[in-house]
Design a protein around this ligand. Structure first.
Ligand SMILES: [Zn+2]
Length: 266
């Protein structure tokens, strides 16, 4: 066998193994039978003193409203999980995840996704992958007027989120909206906003049964923004003003919780 063939075989083997783990993990987390096991790993995204300070001051309870949001919204679809999530704040990581490719060719994306999963496995310091654990890497950046943050992402394969957040205590609750959004991507939710960040009607709106023009006070989490009474696109102040819409609920398999609850008559 030539070296090239061996290399291709190894790559195929890795892909198959990774595919099997993905299937197993997705089955576990999307069953909604046990609280989601979530690890938040802070990273200094820009090397700034402000990000360092923010990370030093972080406490597990800063992420409490993510758990409360999941519990409240899952309950609306028949999920009875208390708590819905166990969120652990891990020590700061002094390493940056591999950056996504600039142009999105299929091969480059596959390669990057494997590299990212390998990186996540390596930094976990464990021999065996922690199956079913959602890993959210939060990169803190000092706010820079007019400079947008890099795109956050959440991928199902490997249950990994890479979130860019503002290093500002006043932003904690809005950062949690972004974290919850990427978290739901890892469970299979798709984006519900279009060009310019405008929510797609009806699935990107809270209360999708109302006409599009009706002003909203809450946002669908996978749109992340709402259109207010003045017709402006705004990010809500916190997860208290966010909902999981029916389409997202279906994508993350909350229907399973619904069917179980009502089939068993409980
Ligand atoms: Zn998204």
């Amino acid at each position: 066998m030539t070296f090239r063939r061996i290399r291709i075989l190894i790559l195929l083997g890795l892909l198959a193994a990774a595919g099997g783990l993905t299937w197993l993990e997705q089955t576990m987390v999307r069953a909604w039978r046990a609280p989601l096991d979530i690890a938040v790993i802070p990273i200094n995204g820009d090397g700034s003193e402000q990000a360092a300070r923010t990370i030093r001051a972080l406490q597990a309870r800063d992420f409490d409203d993510i758990g409360a949001f999941l519990e409240r919204e899952a309950a609306r679809y028949g999920g009875k999980l208390t708590p819905a999530a166990q969120i652990a704040l891990l020590p700061e990581l002094h390493e940056q995840p591999p950056a996504p490719p600039r142009e999105a060719s299929v091969l480059k994306t596959v390669w990057w996704s494997l590299k990212l999963r390998w990186w996540v496995y390596r930094q976990s310091g464990e021999w065996l992958p922690q199956l079913g654990r959602i890993k959210l890497f939060v990169l803190y950046h000092a706010p820079d007027e007019g400079v947008p943050l890099a795109h956050s992402l959440g991928i199902q394969k490997g249950l990994i989120g890479v979130v860019h957040a503002f290093a500002d205590p006043g932003q904690t609750r809005q950062n949690n909206i972004v974290i919850a959004h990427e978290l739901l991507h890892t469970l299979g939710a798709t984006d519900k906003y279009g060009p310019g960040g405008w929510p797609v009607y009806p699935q990107g709106y809270a209360e999708p049964e109302l006409p599009q023009q009706a002003p909203r006070h809450r946002a669908e989490i996978m749109a992340g923004r709402l259109v207010d009474a003045a017709g402006r696109l705004v990010m809500p102040p916190s997860l208290d003003q966010c909902v999981i819409g029916p389409m997202t609920a279906h994508e993350i398999n909350l229907d399973a919780a619904f069917e179980r609850r009502f089939a068993s008559g409980g």
